[in-house]
Design a binder for this molecule. Structure first.
Ligand SMILES: [Zn+2]
Ligand SMILES: [Zn+2]
Length: 283
């Protein structure tokens, strides 16, 4: 995994700063790597069959309360560490802006889950959201398994948190290929129909396209002419942790943006502005 990651970063040096940031956050979350779990369908059949994602079901507040404590501890650890790039000072500001009373951290977690306007965050809304989802992934991990079993969920929203997907994966199965969607917030993956736009439901082949990514045959961008949305797609197997992580393929979002496409999936990452030279190195 580390060798794959290093090779990928060597080929895409402009992803280096965000990769280093990801590594710092992962290391501040001891014992848990942000996994890409699949829901354990059997335990929540009732909610799933009515189309209610886990965090919006009756069980949701329990997960948020547990994650609020995780978030506070994570911000504490990052604020106290020697870190580059102003991360520690941003975390110190977060720690100072959010009182230690449990209600304040629960509110911060609500901001994460409900995706309220940036102005409703105390400070650093983007960082708070990313750390909040990191904390939630840790709490949710107990509820999810890493399986690929087929469940009773056929929607384009994430069955755990309700967000729209940032990535898809095509997996060979019985001579055809199955498609899975991946959530950029809680990290869940779930099976979805093979053909069609998950954002508007368009299934007309002549209104669906594929942007191949030069020199990266494992990746492509599926495009919908109907709504202008796109879905980054990993057409390989074995490197899910790297390729379904969203941050590792931000250059595909830039490609899509250059073509006037809309980023509909719920991403935690703002798109960087690349210099002309950096862009020229891009496929
Ligand atoms: Zn999710
Ligand atoms: Zn569409």
């Amino acid at each position: 995994m580390d060798a794959d990651r290093q090779a990928w970063l060597a080929a895409h040096p402009y992803l280096g700063p965000i990769a280093r940031f990801q590594r710092i956050v992962e290391e501040a979350t001891p014992g848990v790597r942000p996994a890409l779990p699949a829901p354990r369908w059997d335990s929540r059949d009732q909610d799933l069959s009515t189309g209610v994602p886990l965090l919006r079901s009756a069980a949701g507040p329990g997960f948020s309360a547990a994650a609020a404590d995780e978030l506070r501890d994570l911000v504490d650890r990052l604020a106290g560490a020697l870190l580059p790039g102003g991360i520690a000072s941003a975390c110190q500001e977060l720690r100072e802006a959010i009182p230690r009373s449990s209600g304040a951290w629960s509110q911060a977690m609500s901001f994460t889950v409900e995706g309220g306007p940036a102005a409703s965050a105390p400070v650093h809304p983007g960082l708070l959201r990313l750390l909040g989802w990191t904390a939630l992934r840790r709490v949710l991990r107990a509820e999810c398994t890493a399986g690929r079993e087929e469940g009773p969920w056929d929607r384009s929203e994430c069955p755990v948190c309700g967000s729209l997907p940032v990535m898809a994966q095509l997996v060979p199965a019985d001579g055809a290929r199955q498609r899975f969607l991946a959530c950029g917030c809680c990290g869940t993956t779930w099976r979805f129909t093979r053909i069609g736009c998950p954002f508007c439901g368009n299934e007309a082949p002549e209104r669906l396209g594929i942007l191949q990514v030069k020199e990266e045959e494992r990746l492509r961008i599926d495009v919908c002419d109907e709504c202008g949305g796109y879905l980054k797609t990993y057409a390989g197997e074995g490197d899910e942790e790297l390729f379904l992580a969203d941050w590792s393929t931000l250059h595909l979002d830039l490609m899509a943006r250059d073509r006037g496409l809309r980023r509909v999936g719920a991403s935690l990452y703002e798109l960087p502005e690349l210099s002309h030279d950096e862009r020229r190195a891009d496929p």
